[in-house]
Write a protein that binds this ligand. Structure first.
Ligand code: BGC
Length: 735
């Protein structure tokens, strides 16, 4: 079954399930509306808008109740336990409700690629492939499935708010959290995160997008001051948020730890009020990253609505500030109204959480499906892949703990393996064994396994086999950046040794983001499997043996070396100055002087060759492009059309990409992604594709008028299979 029809089926099943459950929900709602108490609670009328309902509740609230809504009640393991700790659900935080008014508590959980801390609470969660992996599918439907699964599992575990939805751009390729984000392009990242949030929130959980903004490195994240121009941030990191919010309408935005142009993000009026709330008209609430609040009056006036996970600044201090007239009541009311509005808009008031058993097998199926469509085939020479079962008599599997599992990303994103609570920054290998999955497919071929800790012994094992498959990993996590893009633990030497011993060497990478590959010319094939989730091994085996043809493309550039990065050396604070929590101060700066040139825009502009370009990914079949046409309407609406043909002998899916080069007077990098479409084709089949280009995606930020503008002139549109393989192009004049 193709990825696309499979996605439809899964979504269809979800829809059927919600229709089945609808009477139960409706009953619950009717019940609460017919209740005698409901007469006194007119805001329970679901035909009113979330804004009307929030306003009505707000009028009934006391000052203490208002204060309760603008801060957290603690997190297990964070500071001293607070009096209400026993009301928590075991997640990263919770906010008290107002029981007498029918307003529920907000129970929050981290949920980057699955719900966090499940084993610790005696529960179970599906581990999906990493967010960056999902972005590699370039498929908004896959992002939707991803979000729907997490939303469903959150509710089953008693949560009604997610802390997922990371979309910081891969501006710093060594950022330890890049696996939690959606890549280096704002339009791709924003579209994918927006679809994820839309479908997560449709399960009646409050959605979240984070970390706003420019938290693009973990080194010194609590004290780094990011210096960046208005235009650069609007067109890069902020654009991803703007698009994601526009598509997903999350109930919450999490402000980040770092400072931006002098002010901490959680007390940065320009970011929170002028841009987010005024310019983008965001109606929801701003929640601080954990311990990212640094003041009372300043943060409140800047637009922070909810302090997490405690009440250092937004508890008693805020109450006193309101009573003393230092913080106007109208300002507090705005914070509270926003929290209430998101509660109504997401449906957590009308559809209270009911705990349930997580659908383990359903989760496996979704996780494997997404993994199969997010692994990127980077190299394949001599037809080594797919492996030919009938011709293979022996296979060597080497390294990467491939006998027992596949690695996952750490930090607050970490999903527990079944039944085993994980520790902070522990390297967790999910129990999905590539060796087992490959053995099952290999139809009796002799299997050899070598742990890969000694290159010499691994080479000897590789020599014995018809093909050698090396599993290499690079664990990454929140709270750290990788010192270099090189694979750790002597794995480059391991791969070199295996490749020297066996001419048919296949490398499977399990990495958070890009790594360098000094051995690339010596191996036959490379499959980037990312952090592949709890069914990663089945997905790898299905791709290696050709049961699935790879169809994913890179959402990030793979550079040739650290020296080619905009900042060849990571900017880090001196160790003695490392600070965290509310007492931290901006103590060092990172200047993003590459500005607009994030990811491929940097390598394009600087004429730097790369290892694998943005948008690149091979298939087991081939595609050709022809018949390009680009036209513009009177309102500058651009339509691009072309033909794509499957020219190989296997079915496969292609992701045609459309880039635009703006007129020189725009002062932009050479090109930007403006559209794409994923299309499944049988051998010999052609399809005509027409893409309407959103005029917003052609605009530039004009600092003079403080707004977006379209620069008049000649635009070149290009189409093809990667940012560096664009065989078609055409010019269009825009006014
Ligand atoms: C992380 C957030 C996370 C929060 C709660 C912070 O350290 O930066 O992404 O949601 O902790 O666990």
């Amino acid at each position: 079954m193709s990825r696309l029809s499979c996605a439809r089926l899964t979504l269809g099943a979800t829809l059927a399930l919600s229709l089945l459950l609808a009477p139960a929900f409706a009953q619950h709602r009717m019940h609460s509306q017919n209740d005698s108490q409901a007469k006194n609670q007119p805001w329970m009328n679901t035909s009113l808008s979330p804004d009307e309902r929030a306003d009505m509740v707000l009028k009934e609230m006391t000052l203490d109740e208002k204060i309760d809504l603008v801060h957290g009640e603690g997190m297990p393991g964070w500071g001293k336990p607070r009096p209400n700790w026993y009301l928590g659900n075991g997640g990263a935080g919770f906010v008290l409700g107002v029981e007498r008014l029918g307003i529920p508590m907000i129970q929050m959980s981290d949920a980057a690629y699955g719900v966090r801390s499940s084993a610790q609470n005696g529960r179970y969660s599906t581990a999906l492939p990493s967010d960056l992996a999902a972005a590699s599918s370039w498929d908004p439907e896959a992002a939707c499935e991803y979000g729907a699964l997490i939303g469903t599992e959150l509710r089953a575990q008693g949560y009604n708010m997610t802390l997922g939805g990371g979309v910081n751009l891969t501006r710093e390729p060594r950022n330890g959290r890049n696996f939690e984000y959606m890549g280096e392009d704002p339009i791709l990242a924003g579209t994918m995160v927006g679809n994820r949030i839309k479908c997560e929130q449709a399960q009646h959980v409050i959605g979240d997008i984070k970390h706003y903004a420019l938290n693009d490195q973990e080194s010194g994240r609590n004290e780094v001051n990011v210096i960046v121009s208005e235009r650069a941030m609007r067109e890069t990191d902020l654009l991803a948020f703007q698009i994601g919010i526009g598509i997903g309408h999350p109930g919450a935005v999490m402000c980040s730890y770092n400072a931006v142009n002098g002010d901490f993000a959680c007390e940065n009026k320009h970011l929170l009020t002028e841009i987010l709330k005024q310019d983008w008209k965001f109606p929801g609430f701003v929640v601080s990253d954990w311990g990212g609040t640094h003041s009372t009056a300043k943060a409140s006036a800047a637009g922070l609505d909810n302090e997490e996970p405690e009440d250092i600044f937004f508890g008693e201090k805020l109450k006193q500030a309101v009573q003393a007239g230092q913080v106007p009541m109208s300002e507090l009311d705005d914070h509270v109204r926003r929290v209430l509005r998101s509660e109504f808009a997401s449906g957590i008031v009308d559809y209270p959480v009911q705990k349930a058993v997580v659908d383990v097998e359903g989760g496996f199926a979704t996780s494997r499906d997404i993994a199969e469509h997010s692994m990127v085939l980077l190299k394949n020479i001599g037809g080594v892949l797919p492996l030919d079962r009938s011709a293979l008599h022996s296979i060597a599997v080497i390294g990467g703990h491939a006998d027992s599992g596949m690695i996952s990303g750490g930090g607050s994103a970490q999903v527990d393996p079944p039944g085993r609570p994980s520790q902070w920054q522990e390297h967790v290998w999910f129990p999905t064994s590539p060796l087992k999955a490959i053995t099952a497919k290999a139809q009796g071929a002799a299997m050899y396994f070598d742990r890969g800790t000694d290159p010499e012994s691994a080479a000897a094992t590789a020599k014995k086999a018809d093909v050698a498959i090396v599993f290499a990993y690079q664990w990454t996590s929140e709270g750290m950046d990788v010192p270099t893009l090189s694979l750790p633990d002597n794995q480059d030497a391991l791969i070199e040794a295996v490749a020297a011993a066996n001419p048919k060497t296949v490398v499977v990478l399990e990495t958070g983001a890009a790594v360098t590959m000094p051995w690339i010319d010596h191996v036959s094939a490379v499959l980037e499997a990312w952090f592949a989730g709890n069914k990663g091994a089945d997905a790898v085996a299905n791709i290696l043996f050709g049961d699935v043809s790879p169809s994913a493309k890179l959402p990030i550039t793979f550079p040739r070396s650290d020296a080619d990065l905009p900042h060849p050396t990571l900017v880090t604070p001196p160790p003695e100055r490392r600070m965290r929590g509310p007492d931290a101060k901006p103590s060092f700066s990172v200047t993003y002087d590459e500005g607009l040139k994030v990811g491929y825009k940097w390598y394009d502009a600087e004429n730097k060759p790369v290892l694998f370009p943005f948008g690149f990914g091979l298939s087991y079949t081939t595609f050709s492009y022809s018949d390009f046409k680009a036209t513009a309407g009177s309102g500058n609406e651009v339509t691009v059309s072309f033909m794509v043909k499957n020219t190989g002998s296997r079915a496969g899916a292609e992701i045609p990409e459309v880039f635009a080069a703006l007129p020189a007077s725009a002062g932009e990098p050479p090109k930007r992604l403006v559209g794409w479409s994923k299309t499944a084709l049988n051998p010999g089949e052609s399809r005509a594709l027409t893409l309407d280009i959103d005029p917003k995606y052609l605009a530039v930020w004009d600092e003079g008028s403080n707004g977006w503008k379209l620069v008049p002139g000649t635009y070149t549109f290009m189409a093809g299979g990667s940012s560096q393989d664009l065989p078609l192009s055409g010019k269009v004049d825009l006014k």
